[in-house]
Every structure is written in C-alpha cells, then in structure tokens.
Design a binder for this molecule. Sequence first.
Ligand code: ZN
Length: 173
Amino acid sequence: MTTLTTCTICNTTYDVEPIVCSKCDYPFSASEEEKSTFVGQLFSKKLIIQEARVKVKNTQKILWAIGGVNVFYFIILFSFHPTLNIYILDLLLGFVFIGFGFYAAKKPFRSILISLILLLGIYVSNALVDPISLFRGIIFKVIFVVGLIYGLLAIYQVHKIKNKNEYFKEIDW
Ligand SMILES: [Zn+2]
C-alpha cells in the first residue's frame, strides 16, 4: 500500500516524495525555513502578476485617452473646415487606438507594443513635416509614451515569471 504525497502549493500528487515539485518547484526535502522562504517568494510573484493586471488596465485607459484626443482633434478641425480632408486620418487613428485599448484585455503585450510603435511613428512623421509640432502638447506625449512603456515592462515581468515556473503558466493572463 502506497501513501500519496500531495504538494501543499499546487496539489500535484506523487507516489514517492520528490526532492522538488516538478510543477511548482516546492522544495519537499528542504528545511522548514527554506520552505517558508519559497512560499514567500511565490506569494510575492503572485502579487507582481496582480499588480501587472492593474497596470494593464491603466494602460488601456491611456490608449483610450490617445484615441479620444485624436477623435477630439478631428472634431475641432472639422468644425472649422467642414471638408473631409487629410484630417480624416486623425479620426481613423483615434478609432485604431480605442480598438487596441479594448484588444489589450485579450492580448496586452501585442496591443500595447503596436500602439507604441504607431504613436511614435505619428510623432516622428509629424515632426518631419513640422518640427514645432513635436512640442505641441509635449507633456501629454511624454505621459502617453512613458505610460505605454510602463505597461509593456509590467507584462514582460509576468512573462518572465510564467516561463520560469510551470505553476504560474496556468494562471490566466
Ligand atoms: Zn507543487
């Protein structure tokens, strides 16, 4: 008759107690102190993932703000010059950013990265035409760019945790 050993962290069962859990790396044969250190580290990693979720939600809001600014810009220009000219691009880009804001709930890294490249592309191409344009609303530009980079870093950190430990892979993004 064999008694099964169950991992206290991830509930994986073993016929023979392993040295470390193959799924979550729980150190079965370590000292109590090492075990509690392991649990502490596991907890702080969980916290990082939770915080990253909040950061991604904030990044979504930034994407909606970028989109909103573009749509608003179009409305202002259109009210002064009611012709569908080059400014229609601002409206379309506005909707693209708003769309990526929603898509970030599903594919956060991809959505934010594409948005960041697009945003920098817009700033650079505008600056090539009119260098002064770069300084127009510079504070908002900095907030937008830094905000998106901040979101990407948070997601990258979560990816690193997930790649190292099988247990975290099961946690939904
Ligand atoms: Zn385990």
